[in-house]
Design a protein around this ligand. Structure first.
Ligand code: ADP
Ligand code: ADP
Length: 227
């Protein structure tokens, strides 16, 4: 479980992006953070993998304070997927997916075999393995982004609007396949979106943020819809 305890983030210009956040992200579930632009969702996510440091408060993963861990080591256990995939343009798809295994010094052949298996898992034709990112559609690039984040089999995944930049039909198939994948993998997932329909569809629970970085509600989709 990921636990936020009284976490506040105030940027140097004085902006309070996250205000006294206490939140639990249970192990093996999808917790969706939803709310309008600027309400602190991305800041919240990036404090988990220490791309951003809180001003005050504590974040623990399975009881261990994230500040007690070396950031690079911490990030090996945390897959990260962003809106425009962030693929390396000069690396092939298979090498993009194998980025973290290469960093970890895996045998190259094992890293590539894993990458090819992951391509199948996320619904990509392995014939695309030697292509470069610009030769793929936006939806295919997002699949590569998900596969890359999964490559070292991290227990935790942070996903920041991963399906927001693709058209509605592609988005629906990405969401459906993601639900199927997660039912096998059971990762601990913090998933950011501004789309309430996506939140309700994907979340075991949904944390609703308001402008000012305040958590307004954290409940199941059914409770949210009934409110
Ligand atoms: P969201 O992901 O919900 O759109 P963010 O976490 O990106 O929200 O931003 C929350 C607030 O913090 C916004 O008001 C944003 O403008 C502000 N903010 C984000 N990054 C910085 C920064 N580096 N410096 C100052 N303010 C920032
Ligand atoms: P280096 O310091 O050698 O450049 P980084 O740790 O910055 O290595 O990682 C390089 C790239 O690999 C990052 O830009 C990021 O896109 C990707 N990456 C690193 N760690 C992860 C992770 N846990 N999940 C997904 N991608 C990652």
């Amino acid at each position: 479980m990921i636990q936020f305890d009284g976490v506040t983030k105030r940027y140097v210009d004085g902006t309070v992006a996250v205000d006294d956040l206490t939140l639990q992200i249970p192990t093996g579930q999808i917790t969706v953070l939803v709310g309008p632009s600027g309400c602190g969702k991305t800041t919240t996510l990036r404090m988990i993998n220490r791309l951003i440091e809180p001003t005050s408060g504590t974040i623990t993963i399975d009881g261990e304070d994230v500040r007690a861990q070396d950031p690079a080591r911490l990030r090996r256990g945390i897959g990260y997927v962003i809106q425009h995939a962030g693929l390396f343009p000069h690396r092939t798809i298979v090498d993009n997916i194998a980025t973290v295994p290469y960093l970890l010094g895996w045998d190259k052949k094992k890293a590539r075999t894993t990458a090819l298996e992951l391509m199948e898992r996320v619904g990509l034709d392995t014939k695309m393995a030697r292509r470069y990112p610009y030769q793929l559609s936006g939806g295919q690039q997002q699949r590569v982004g998900v596969a890359r984040a999964l490559a070292a089999d991290p227990p935790v995944m942070l996903m920041d609007e991963p399906f927001s930049a693709v058209d509605p039909i592609v988005r629906k198939s990405l969401q459906d396949e993601f639900i199927r994948l997660q039912s096998e993998l059971r990762k601990t997932i913090a998933f950011v979106t501004h789309d309430i329909d996506e939140a309700v569809k994907l979340g075991h629970t949904v944390a609703v943020f308001k402008v000012g970085g305040v958590l307004a509600q954290h409940s199941t989709p059914d409770e949210l819809l009934a409110a």
